[in-house]
Design a protein around this ligand. Structure first.
Ligand code: S3P
Length: 450
């Protein structure tokens, strides 16, 4: 089942060259944060280029439920009348975050140090995902949480009446956990310290500084410490959301594997904590260049130009790069199946607790398409078959996971036989224009099974 209706089976066929410009939507991570920090500022925040995918729309709805006024002004243009740090109202109903782990975890953090109670739920995928990684550090502030076994949604959080600041070493590389603790620290007195061993995406830190919060980073024995001074008055901002590198990954990858392709993907955010896939593709021998590098809204941005790359070779992806490309392993696994030789991906255990178990989903689908894949608890090896070499001819299960759906549809554009997915519905969570955008480049997609 798709998150919001009946399943939408879809098939991709081997396509002619992909050509043209692929203008992808705004960054999902930054879009969630813009709405949440806008809701915590005093006054009107203006946002342009907001991703209007279902995940972000669910966060907009949640911010309204906590008392902020969130208005859709035009395509990508939104305003948020914030209620100030500590100004959230108690929601009158359950907060449904749909498919979004980022939405639910960041919102839990944002309400955890206010004296109110909120109950959270989500779709069948989100209800399987662990929330203990967020509620454990939130308990240190004085927040109480009651959920299903294994720390699953639905879950009720009772915000701390009298929060204390926290020092917390994040045990897994997770920007969502780091961000939840920082957002909770906003309404605690004194300094909240979050320490991460491996750098994860830093949009929350950048945006908090932009909204006028006082925070600094320090190297400490356990890693990198982010020290936030609590109870600031956040000043509303004008935010231009850069285009999402995690969405750009799909037209880029498709161009690399489809014969004769030449695709320009303009205005992509290349924050170093997000750009690991593009470095990896270039190491594999991809013809991928950054044009017109510049800075927009405090984030590095470039136009990506990707051309068919028939001579890519498998590599060992450095495990320390995993946090900067954690959402891109599914599409990397597809590209790897069209490279020659094995691509080894290690240190990717976090993929097992994403919208689906992405190691299992990719291994199963690629095997069904005729590739040899080996997997372990936190690693995967894809044995590439070279340009045009993947047989295809399979229906792949997407498990309510947008990135699994898009990855297999890209595979089908270059495989020998069509590749179908059982449900393309979840693509709307992050990249609602995927089908039309890819078709405009020359991708052959049909609704239904092959
Ligand atoms: C995100 C963090 C990552 C990523 C997710 C978005 C964020 O999750 O996979 O798509 O916006 O903070 P984790 O924090 O679980 O690594």
């Amino acid at each position: 089942m798709s998150a919001h209706g009946d399943p939408i089976p879809m098939t991709a066929r081997r396509s002619g060259p992909l050509r043209g410009a692929a203008v992808v939507p705004g960054d999902k991570s930054i879009s969630h944060r813009a709405l949440i920090l806008g809701a915590l500022a005093v006054g009107e925040t203006r946002i342009s280029g907001l991703l209007e995918g279902q995940d972000v729309l669910d966060t907009a709805k949640a911010m309204r439920a906590f008392g902020a006024e969130v208005t859709h002004e035009g395509p990508g243009d939104w305003t948020v009348q914030g209620v100030g740090v500590g100004g959230f109202a108690e929601p009158a109903d359950v907060i449904d975050c749909g498919n979004s782990g980022t939405g639910v975890r960041l919102i839990m953090g944002a309400m955890a140090t206010s004296p109110l109670t909120a109950t959270f739920t989500g779709d069948a995928s989100l209800r399987k995902r662990p929330m203990g990684r967020v509620t454990e550090p939130l308990a240190l502030f004085g927040t109480r949480a009651v959920g299903r076994q294994g720390g699953r949604l639905p879950m009720t959080l009772i915000g701390a009446d009298d929060p204390v600041p926290v020092r917390y070493v994040v045990p897994v590389p997770s920007a969502q956990v780091k961000s939840a603790v920082l957002l909770a620290g906003l309404n605690a007195p004194g300094e909240t310290v979050v320490i991460e061993r491996e750098a994860t995406r830093d949009h929350t830190e950048r945006m908090l500084a932009g909204f006028g919060a006082t925070l600094r980073t320090e190297e400490v024995p356990e890693g990198r410490a982010i020290v936030l001074t609590g109870q600031p008055e956040l000043v509303p901002q004008t935010i231009a959301v850069p285009r999402d590198p995690s969405s750009a990954a799909f037209p880029v990858a498709a161009a690399l594997i489809v014969e004769g392709s030449d695709v320009l993907v303009p205005g992509i955010g290349l924050n170093p904590t997000r750009a690991g896939l593009f470095a990896t593709l270039r190491e594999m021998g991809a013809d991928l260049v950054y044009e017109n590098e510049r800075e927009e809204g405090g984030e590095p941005v470039a136009d990506l130009r990707a051309r068919f790359s028939p001579a890519m070779t498998g590599i060992e992806v450095p495990p320390e790069r995993a946090p900067s490309m954690i959402d891109e392993y599914p599409i990397l696994a597809v590209v790897a199946s069209f490279a020659s030789g094995p691509t080894m991906m290690r240190g990717i255990g976090e993929l097992r607790v994403k919208e689906s178990d992405r190691i299992a989903a990719m291994a199963a689908g690629l095997r069904a398409c005729g590739a040899e894949v080996e997997e372990g608890e936190d690693w995967m090896i894809v044995h590439g078959l070279g340009a045009g070499g993947l047989p295809g001819g399979a229906v792949c299960a997407t498990h309510l996971d947008h990135r699994i759906a898009m990855s297999f549809l890209c595979a089908g554009l270059a495989a020998q036989k069509p590749v179908s997915v059982d449900d393309a519905g979840p693509i709307a969570t992050s990249f609602p224009i995927f089908e039309g955008l890819m078709a405009a480049l020359g991708a052959e997609f049909d609704r239904g099974d092959a």
